[in-house]
Ligand binder design. Structure first.
Ligand code: XUL
Length: 529
């Protein structure tokens, strides 16, 4: 029976999930995760990013992402005793927006990789820029305003590309690079996203950017699914020759390059274009119909769901992306996700079980104590200078602080996803912190919705494997429905449904209004100050 492999190159590490898609043998064969800091310490990353004296500048080494793929394949081939000859297709998911800048040696180096030498050693010289700005970078406020001005305002940009200009989106990052380092920009022959770069390595040739991840660049027209000439022009000179092609999410980028087949004894599997982690998670959480939403609690916390019309929010919050099925998805992103939860845990000397006890020992609504959890610059709402804010919260009270953080995160998610125009009956929870039932109870009460847990917390890698399966079947001329593709892989765990508690829902209605007011006051102060 055919096997499909999905990778997820996330901020902090690489995960691989393999599935057996046989009619009678459908199941996940394995999921393996490797943290970049531990797997490849020579790159000296912390949580997958390079230390930076300036909190708004966040880069990572692209070579590390490539080497992680090579090292992971070696481990998988050695330790996972599956029938690798049945591997039919590979796809992937990657942290969105990050960009990789390649010089003129890239095309030939890619074509001539030899299997008896390490991948990293052979790619060292291909970069026009040795580090990649990633989604956590917020250093491009000026460039965002310049692009918006050139295109006729943020709302025009939002209608054209699905989002107003965001600091982390690739367009503003390219503009900054072209303006500050014009020589290196001139040396750049190709700019890839993390997703399309890793797909290119596997296919041994430049892979296209899929429409889903392409929607996170402020460069693609959502209506035509082409690079927008106006947006490219407003971003940087000569960009049209540097960007790869765009393609539907189920496109085949080629077949596995000889380098991988020989080095890791793999068959000539199809390489399906990679996409962003959020579009992949949409599939990996089983959101193939419009009536539900997913909340992913990872390095970033995200709220997303399918949309019929590409209707951006009226106030510029959130994004409209092309979904892996070719329709649209709405999404709001929060930067202070798992790292904020870890900060609070460590600040009070807790472990995760102590964190859960703190939630159990404090009442919903936290007797009025609130926290705006902006440990790092925040994406939603836009906060450039970090700093947490407390209201009626004693900083020495560990339990109340844990609850204030989790409630603050959930209330921010509920508030800032209202623009998607739907209050979900069911939320599919995913990401590492979805293992914590106390956190999920707060989610259910704040959103007034049943929260279901899914069999896999690595929904991006699973979604990538399912996308590989879908594209392979489409390439063979069949047109399967997405419900058939995800069946058996993303069905919620039967006894892990968490319902909202009516009294808590009433409490949070009041608390959200107070939270909203607190947020508005602090943002107003910051603007004035
Ligand atoms: C999405 C975003 C993050 C990254 C994290 O817009 O910035 O969710 O994709 O991997």
């Amino acid at each position: 029976m055919p096997i499909y492999l999905g990778f997820d190159s996330s901020t902090q590490g690489l995960t691989a999930t393999a599935i057996d898609a046989g009619a009678d043998s459908r199941r996940v064969l394995f999921t393996r995760s490797f943290g970049f800091d531990e797997l490849l310490p020579r790159y000296r990353t912390q949580h997958g990013v390079l230390p930076s004296p300036d909190p708004v500048v966040v880069h990572a080494p692209p070579l590390m992402w490539a080497e992680a793929l090579d090292v992971t394949f070696a481990v998988l081939r050695r330790e996972e005793k599956i029938d690798w000859t049945r591997l039919r297709a590979i796809s992937g998911s990657a942290q969105q927006h990050g960009s990789v800048y390649l010089n003129r040696s890239w095309p030939a180096s890619l074509r001539t990789l030899v299997p008896d030498r390490s991948l990293a050693g052979q790619l060292e010289h291909v970069f026009a820029r040795p580090t990649s700005p990633i989604w956590m970078d917020t250093s491009t406020m000026a460039e965002c305003r310049q692009i918006e001005q050139a295109l006729g305002g943020w709302d025009t940009v939002a209608r054209l590309t699905g989002s107003r200009c965001y600091e982390r989106f690739t367009g503003a990052q390219i503009r900054k690079f072209a303006g500050r380092e014009p020589e290196r920009y001139a040396e750049t022959v190709r700019i890839h996203l993390v997703s399309s770069w890793l797909a290119s390595l596997l296919a041994g040739r430049d892979a296209p950017i899929d429409h889903g991840d392409g929607s996170g660049m402020n460069l693609m027209s959502l209506a035509s699914l082409q690079w927008s000439d106006e947006a490219m022009h407003a971003t940087a000179d000569g960009l049209d020759t540097k960007l790869p092609a765009l393609a539907p999410p189920w496109s085949i980028a080629g077949s596995l390059a000889a380098f991988w087949m020989e080095r890791h004894a793999l068959p000539p599997a199809r390489i399906v274009v990679w996409s962003g982690d959020n579009p992949c998670s949409l599939i990996g959480t089983g959101l193939v119909r419009e009536n539900s939403m997913a909340v992913s609690l990872g390095t970033s916390d995200t709220v997303f769901g399918l949309m019929t019309e590409p209707q951006p929010s009226a106030d510029g919050t959130g994004h409209v992306f092309v979904s892996p099925s070719g329709g649209y998805m709405g999404m709001t992103v929060f930067k202070n996700g798992s790292l904020a939860r870890e900060r609070i845990r460590d600040m009070y000397g807790l472990d995760w079980s102590g964190f859960s006890s703190a939630l159990r020992s404090t009442p919903p609504g936290n007797t009025g104590s609130l926290m705006l959890p902006w440990f790092d610059p925040e994406i939603t709402p836009p906060v450039h200078v970090p700093g947490i804010r407390r209201r009626e919260l004693n900083p020495e009270d560990a339990a109340a602080s844990v609850r204030a953080l989790v409630e603050g995160q959930m209330m921010a998610m509920a508030l800032h996803s209202r623009w998607m125009g739907r209050s979900p009956n069911i939320i599919h929870a995913t990401g590492g912190a979805s293992a914590n039932r106390e956190i999920l109870q707060v989610m259910a009460d704040v959103f007034d919705s049943t929260v279901v847990e899914l069999p896999s917390r690595n929904s991006a890698a699973l979604g990538a494997a399912l996308r590989a399966y879908h594209a392979d079947v489409v390439a063979d001329g069949r047109n399967p429905g997405w419900e058939d593709i995800v069946r058996g892989f993303t069905d919620p765990v039967a006894d892990r449904r968490i319902g909202p508690v009516a009294a808590n829902v009433t409490t949070y209605r009041r608390t959200i209004a107070r939270y909203e007011e607190f947020e508005r006051e602090v943002l107003g102060e910051r603007k004035r100050g």
